[in-house]
Design a protein around this ligand. Structure first.
Ligand code: NAD
Ligand code: MN
Length: 331
């Protein structure tokens, strides 16, 4: 089967980091076919749709996708919906993998943490109501989605040789919703006796993560808690310029640098491509099942950083393209 990658660069620095990271990937996968597709704010302004049907079709067809970043309007704009939220849902990417690992000269040493975040429900279903004085939002937790993400987390933990899985919740305040998530995760994990399973209330998890991120191995969380804790963890890994993620499902996987479109630095060839490179590395490992190529790419990124070649966000003077040249030279 031909290997295909749908390339959605998006807005702002997405247009810089994604093409450069894909250029590096091509050296590892010369047979890779790429299909470029549009999404985001500029696409919306041009066509009235932030995620055009042709983009969705290309993403489905390829299975593997890299999504750079998109800008969102500061205020609600009629008809605009976040294309990444829609894309994750349409492609059935039920789990969000957010690793934090210490890179040479970045962040806190000694961290190797994986957060698995449920990606389809919780408060992110967008069911809000307001009469102007009272506003409510629905938090939906289902057995099926909790089971699915817990199973993915346990399988990943075993495949990656991780030993401890910590379930994050707030079941003391939300016994029905978070209680369901916690109980289902416990039931699923019981089939993996090689895993040491424990649990933490989300506020305690935040405190402990801030105190000693090295102490964690793997966290499993529902959508909102996973979103917040993974950004906290990213701060220890060297910041947004290096934070990678993968949205993983049965039919598709979307590599997604955590950062946004960074309009403050766009168009200057100074954006850090490491987040995109490491997101592609996750795709190599978990979607294409090519762990040896993932290791080669990660090693080349590490060697480049260790040589003192880095973009301005990490205190260096390399450009986006120049950094990728240096990675290519080390592959
Ligand atoms: P941002 O991530 O774009 O930028 C935050 C800060 O980090 C900025 O100072 C930026 O220069 C810096 N930064 C981010 N990525 C970097 C990189 N690769 N290299 C060097 N520096 C980097 O977040 P923001 O400023 O809050 O949002 C900007 C726009 O991006 C908004 O329109 C927002 O809606 C959108 N956004 C999109 C996504 C996404 O597409 N998934 C995520 C977050 C924000
Ligand atoms: Mn986030």
């Amino acid at each position: 089967m031909a290997m295909k990658l749908c390339v959605i660069a998006g807005d702002g620095i997405g247009q810089e980091v994604v093409p450069q990271a894909v250029r590096v990937l091509r050296q590892l996968l010369p047979q890779l076919q790429t299909v470029a597709a549009d999404a985001g704010w500029e696409t919306f302004q041009r066509s009235g749709n932030a995620l055009p049907p042709v983009t969705l079709a290309a993403a489905r067809d390829c299975g593997a996708v890299i999504f750079g970043a998109v800008s969102s309007p500061a205020h609600k704009v009629a008809g605009y919906r976040s294309p990444i939220v829609q894309l994750r849902r349409e492609l059935g990417c039920h789990a969000n993998l957010r690793p934090t690992l210490s890179l040479p000269g970045c962040g806190t040493p000694g961290i190797d943490l994986l957060i698995v975040r449920e990606n389809t429900e919780d408060l992110y279903i967008g069911e809000e109501q307001s009469d102007g004085d009272t506003a409510t939002a629905i938090k939906r937790i289902t057995r099926v989605a909790s089971q699915r993400v817990a199973a993915s987390a346990c399988q990943l933990a075993v495949a990656e040789g991780r030993r401890r899985l910590t379930i994050v919740h707030k079941a003391n305040i939300l016994p029905l919703t978070d209680g369901l998530f916690r109980d289902v995760a416990r039931q699923v994990a019981a089939d993996y006796p090689q895993l040491q399973v424990d649990e933490l209330l989300v506020d305690t998890a935040a405190l402990k993560l801030a105190q000693a991120p090295q102490a964690f191995d793997m966290l499993l969380a529902s959508n909102l808690y996973g979103d917040i804790l993974s950004d906290l963890a990213a701060a220890f890994g060297g910041g947004l310029g290096v934070a990678a993620s993968l949205n993983l499902g049965e039919q598709a996987a979307i590599a997604e640098p955590v950062h946004g479109s960074a309009p403050d630095i766009a168009g200057q060839d100074i954006a850090n491509p490491v987040a995109s490179l490491l997101s592609l590395a996750l795709l190599l490992r978990h979607w294409w099942q090519l762990p040896a190529l993932d290791a080669r790419l990660e090693q080349a990124v590490r060697a480049t950083l260790a040589a003192g070649i880095r973009t301005p966000d990490l205190g260096g003077s390399a450009g986006t393209a120049g950094f990728c040249d240096a990675v290519l030279a080390r592959l």
